[in-house]
Design a protein around this ligand. Structure first.
Ligand code: GLU
Length: 441
């Protein structure tokens, strides 16, 4: 049975980068009828905030990425302490006392000598007496996991065969001097305890995975299958990390992006399958295959979300957007016609207001010099409203006969005079909805 998890730290709002991780884990679980866990990685009491836990849940619910269970790392500290004890028992855990400044100096020296900046394990040579003295002088040390110096290998669901030389990695700190348990061990203990079978996360975690594989084995656990997706870049390939703050899911929701548009894009971006709008989650689940994703950085352009949102909206009936139409004040009797016209001319529901405003308040006419006389004549022939579905046809036929104009030369000046725009909705439907035509004078 498949079990996956999405494990955000509640230190901010989730953005499109996190969403990719959440969605892939969700789709894997759902496709196999497995379990999807929302795991809140809140071992850092200073940076973790309850408001972000709530916000993460709201954002996932908005998208329909529902979870089967919530787990919180802050409630599992005993389990992490047990694991730490076990690592001490088997001599894979040691206390180290270097200050950040000392570590930095060591790193610089190594780099100067052309060596990789790997922690030199000096703390392993400390006697008990020296440790006691250091503890008195500097407080408790950090606890490092002693890596076995071998190659760490796994077959990654996206990156393929990976082999990392443990000698090129520093023994990871798993517990800080102040006792705070760090993500690296907490995550391993959770994945093991919760029977997580598949871990999908960003490729910034590849080195973590190497060390976590050794920790899992040291604790007697079974390694899940790992897959590391590439990181998102901006449309020009520029790093997105700085801008991710502006790509929070709540901002996209606020901008009118629809969940299925966002999910359809993120479930395919960076894979060898084309992006296609899916209107049902079941279709996304069905069509998902992690092995089709590539390791190259994935370009993300939030502008792509709007045509997808538009296409999604075109598939909706007036009934399905009734709340929005009611909010705008579109009378029930006109909702079907208004929606049929407007849905072809919006990218989000936020654009609806502009079209309704046009219907009830009209627009400043746009009339070219050479069309002045023609438009004036046409307007004198336009009866007073209310108009119906036939009004445009009847009127333009009469104008055609009176002026001899036809085709574009007939219709375009009238469209511009009535709507103030060169293109837009079907004029027959639009006119039937219009209450004010400013060009009529
Ligand atoms: N809290 C970690 C993060 O957000 C989780 C990484 C993981 O999936 O293991 O980066």
């Amino acid at each position: 049975m498949t079990t996956t998890r999405f494990a955000p730290s509640p230190t901010g709002y989730i953005h499109v980068g996190n969403l990719r991780t959440a969605l892939m884990n969700y789709l894997i679980a759902r496709k196999s009828g497995g379990t999807f866990i929302l795991r809140i990685d809140d071992t850092d009491p200073e940076r973790s905030k309850e408001e972000y836990v709530d916000a993460i849940k709201q954002d996932l619910e908005w998208l329909g990425l529902t979870w089967d269970k919530v787990e919180r790392q802050s409630k599992r500290l005993d389990r992490y302490a047990d694991a730490a004890d076990k690592l001490r028992e088997i001599n894979r855990f040691y206390e180290a006392f270097e200050t950040p400044v000392e570590l930095d100096l060591k790193r610089k020296k190594q780099l100067n000598m052309g060596k990789p900046p790997v922690y030199d394990r000096a703390a392993l040579g400390l006697s008990e007496a020296e440790k006691t003295a250091l503890r008195e002088e500097r407080g408790n040390g950090v606890w490092r996991f002693k890596l076995d110096q071998e190659r760490i290998e796994w077959t990654d669901g996206i990156l393929g065969d990976i082999s990392i030389d443990a000698a090129s990695v520093s023994d990871p700190v798993l517990i800080r001097g102040d006792g705070q348990v760090l993500y690296t061990i907490a995550s391993v203990v959770d994945d093991t305890d919760m029977g997580v079978t598949n871990v999908v996360r960003g490729s910034d975690h590849v080195t973590n995975t190497a060390t976590q594989i050794q920790i899992i084995k040291a604790l007697g656990g079974t390694c899940p299958d790992f897959a590391h997706h590439s990181l998102l870049t901006g449309p020009q390939g520029e790093a997105l990390s700085k801008r991710l703050g502006t790509l929070a899911l709540r901002d996209l929701r606020e901008a009118g992006v629809k969940p299925m548009a966002l999910l359809s894009l993120m479930a395919r971006l960076g894979s060898s399958d084309p992006v296609e709008l899916r209107t049902e989650m079941a279709e996304l689940i069905e069509g998902f295959d992690i092995n089709r994703f590539g390791s190259a950085p994935t370009k993300f352009d939030s502008e792509d979300l709007y045509p997808l949102t538009a296409r999604y909206l075109q598939g909706l009936t007036a009934e399905q957007v009734k709340d929005e139409l009611d909010d705008l004040g579109v009378p029930q009797a006109q909702q079907a016609a208004f929606w049929a016209m407007a849905k072809e001319n919006i990218s989000t529901l936020k654009d609806l207001g502009g079209w309704w405003d046009l219907c009830i308040n009209g627009a400043d006419p746009l009339i070219a010099e050479e069309d002045q006389a023609f438009v004036a004549e046409a307007m004198s022939m336009l009866p007073e409203g209310p108009y119906d579905a036939e009004s445009w046809k009847t009127w333009t036929t009469a104008v055609k006969e009176a002026t001899g104009r036809k085709g574009k030369g007939l219709f375009m000046p009238l469209r511009k005079a009535i709507t103030g725009m060169e293109r837009g909705p079907d004029m027959g439907v639009l006119l039937s909805l219009m209450q004010v035509i400013r060009a009529r004078g």
